[in-house]
Design a protein around this ligand. Structure first.
Ligand SMILES: Cc1ncc(C[n+]2csc(CCOP(=O)(O)OP(=O)(O)O)c2C)c(N)n1
Length: 711
């Protein structure tokens, strides 16, 4: 019986090859991968004499990693298997059915392929509705792990809760180099996989170098398998990734372990990097010729040949296979080089979901068209609903959606038994069970990355970040989630909802719990951003997001959650508000005031208490991404004056974007400079005296309006 400790299997030499492996395919895919590297490297080396359009600008070889990777790929046979991979993972994709032409066309930046020329060609993906999926890769080392863990958790959800038998025995594998084991993403995913006993495999291909840095810098002693020996629930294997016999047996062992539902596994295979880190790297200064020569002796390809010939195939068979590979690669190369360049006009498509046109991809990720249609939604608020505070409104909306949509999951730190530190999810776990409403480990990267993997697997994850500031550790996952649809030319999307409370508290602030800083999300491409000022808008916007196709940040203002300031009548179980439609909360014709979140309420107070009726045309934007340019510009063209009031700090706050737009588009209509009121450029302070010194109040807003009217 295997133990959970790192086991070094003795290199077993048997006359026959390991049973249960498709050795012909392994040999073919390894040879193809090797030849692709040859073609690209040779072309780039001879750059003076080849046409510019044949060069690969970002070239990464996988030589040395290739054989073990294609073995792994050959074991990913189930239709709901998935892989989170990285830039050296092309051999894996080849073994999963990536066409050689696509493999070559993408690095050349040609149309089609992984991204239609939008992303580096080794940042790959394999979109499939009915076969192993390779999740969209990212350039950030370590970012592949938590989405892969999210897919693994989705497997358990589909299997155990939705009783979908197609997920039985499936697994999610994350591939990474030994450098990646030092990243937050690795540890976050490892925590998730082991605490939740997920069907996940960590595949560490250890070449001893992270660009130039030795593995000893990434984990003490340079052996992650050894160091994790005491980790609970983790089945570990450690071996030589250049030995076909040993590598195939160990891979079969770890895959079988995970498929049998025995929990996660980690395999570390040592491999040589028989190339520079990437095209531009010449290895000078960090690798001696002797070291390079030593590594060359560990090339797995001759070992594979030696292993298979004659035990599995004859010398002539091998030669025939090489000839076949050469033919196939050359044909594919001609096809790839012959492909058109991407079309400039298409570059703006797919930042957000779009109405489908002929030829568009059938996106992997998010709810299906029919599921979204069935959920529907109504723009009309029902009459006579109960008065609700914002927290209750969010809770009720989550409850309705959990009832209506079995694929919706709610999770975050403390959201389960406790009901969240703001009690927004109170009672939901009791009602829906811990498989649908659950606590997570304390890793925001894990919360968001997991949501991404789940969304790609077709679920609707609604993640809570405890406070706005604590989204900081998830920045990489948030950014990559937002750009996923664009990066993959609409082949993948991860529509998730991330709820986060922020902003000043009722009578208190501080730099950690009171951050607003919404402008960062306005700048994050591909995200929708909702900043509701009241309970009814919260219901409509949150439901829109949960029944939508785009990732959404949903901001819950701390000062409104539990107070009556943002209370409103419940607008109904189907109420939706479209994004990008501002609410004109007061009508006037002398000045336009634009605000959102809690500041919108302060503006209403300023108008109602201090200013004559009919003076201020007041807009609560409701959503910042997208924002209602049309309504604001139309109003300013009528009033000739504009004041923007927000809680985020002044410099480069979102008010600057609005001011620039108004100055450009409504310049000839303006009777006064466009003005902004915001928190000064200091962190949010704790004591109310300090807080009120930086936070615009209704009196100051009214005074600024009056001053502008006098201008
Ligand atoms: C978050 C992040 N930091 C730094 C880099 C730059 N970088 C690219 S590859 C790499 C080394 C990775 O080494 P390893 O994980 O061992 O993989 P290998 O390239 O050896 O296969 C670094 C530092 C990056 N892409 N992402």
């Amino acid at each position: 019986m295997p133990t959970k400790s790192a086991a070094k299997s003795p290199a077993r030499r048997t006359p026959a090859v390991t049973a249960g492996m498709d050795w012909r395919k392994i040999a073919y895919d390894t040879l193809v991968s090797r030849m692709l590297d040859d073609v690209e490297e040779t072309t780039n080396k001879n750059r003076a004499s080849v046409p510019k359009e044949h060069l690969v600008l970002y070239q990464f070889s996988a030589r040395g990693h290739d054989m073990a990777q294609v073995m792994l790929g050959s074991l990913l046979t189930k239709r709901r298997d998935a892989a989170g991979a990285y830039y050296r993972s092309r051999p894996l994709l080849l073994s999963l059915g990536l066409s050689i032409e696509d493999a070559l066309a993408s690095p050349l930046g040609r149309s089609g392929g992984f991204s239609d020329g939008r992303d580096i060609g080794v940042v790959c993906n394999l979109p499939r509705h009915d076969g192993p999926v390779v999740l969209p890769m990212s350039g950030d080392v370590g970012s592949q792990y938590t989405p892969a863990a999210g897919w693994a958790q989705a497997i358990t959800y589909y299997k155990n809760t939705l009783k979908d038998a197609s997920y039985d025995g499936c697994l999610s594998v994350a591939l990474g180099g030994e450098g990646s084991v030092a990243t937050n993403g690795f540890w976050s995913a490892l925590t998730m996989a082991t605490t939740l006993e997920l069907p996940m495999l960590f595949y560490i291909e250890d070449n001893g170098l992270g660009i130039s840095v030795k593995g000893e810098m990434q984990t003490p002693g340079g052996d992650i398998a050894k160091n994790l020996a005491s980790f609970g629930n983790l089945f570990i294997r450690d071996g030589d990734g250049t030995d076909p016999d040993e590598a195939s047996r160990l891979l079969q062992e770890v895959v079988a372990h995970v498929r049998a539902g025995k929990g996660p596994a980690l395999i570390r295979l040592t491999v040589p990097r028989l190339c520079s880190h990437s095209g531009p790297d010449n290895q000078k200064g960090y690798r001696t010729d002797a070291e390079i020569a030593e590594d060359a002796k560990r090339d797995p390809l001759p070992r594979l040949r030696e292993y298979l010939v004659p035990a599995f195939m004859s010398k002539a068979d091998w030669a025939e296979l090489e000839a076949e590979v050469e033919r196939d690669v050359h044909r594919a190369l001609a096809g790839a080089r012959g492909r058109a360049a991407p079309v400039a006009e298409t570059v703006r498509r797919f930042v957000y979901a779009e109405p489908r046109r002929d030829g568009d991809a059938d996106t992997v990720g998010g709810l299906s068209e029919s599921e979204l249609t069935a959920l529907g939604g109504s723009a009309a608020a029902s009459e006579g609903g109960d008065m609700l505070r914002l927290a209750e409104a969010v809770r009720r909306t989550l409850r309705v959606e959990l009832e209506r949509n079995p694929k919706l999951l709610v999770f975050g730190e403390d959201v389960g038994k406790k009901g969240g530190v703001h009690l927004v999810t109170e009672g939901l776990q009791k009602q829906f069970g811990a498989h649908r409403v659950f606590d997570t480990s304390l890793s925001e990267e894990g919360i968001v990355g997991r949501a991404v993997g789940m969304a790609v697997a077709g679920l609707m994850p609604v993640a809570e970040i405890q406070f706005r500031k604590y989204a900081d550790p998830a920045t990489e996952q948030l950014n990559n989630c937002g750009t996923m649809r664009w990066r993959t030319n609409n082949q993948f999307a991860a529509p998730i909802v991330v709820r986060m409370p922020g902003g000043f508290g009722k009578d208190v602030g501080d730099p950690w719990h009171s951050l607003s800083d919404e402008v960062r999300f306005a700048h994050a491409i591909g995200w929708q951003l909702a900043m509701p000022s009241n309970a009814a808008d919260a219901v409509g916007l949150l439901r829109s997001a949960m029944r939508g196709r785009n990732p959404t940040i949903f901001f819950e203002h701390r000062s409104l959650l539990m107070t009556s300031d943002g209370s409103a009548r419940y607008p109904g179980d189907d109420y939706v508000i479209p994004f990008g439609k501002a609410n004109r909360v007061r009508e006037g014709d002398r000045i336009t005031v634009v605000s959102w979140g809690a500041m919108a309420l302060r503006c209403i107070e300023a108008v109602d208490r201090h200013l004559p009726a009919g003076t201020v045309d007041l807009y609560d934007l409701r959503t910042i991404a997208p924002w209602d340019r049309e309504a604001v510009l139309a109003s300013v063209m009528n009033t000739g004056r504009c004041l923007i009031v927000h809680e985020d700090t002044l410099t480069a706050g979102f008010g600057a974007e609005i001011a620039a737009t108004v100055a450009r588009e409504a310049f000839w209509y303006l009777d006064a400079p466009v003005d902004r009121m915001a928190v000064e450029d200091v962190p949010m302070p704790y004591h109310p005296v300090l807080l009120n010194a930086v936070l615009p109040g209704p009196d100051q807003i009214a005074a600024r309006v009056e001053a502008l009217l006098r201008t």
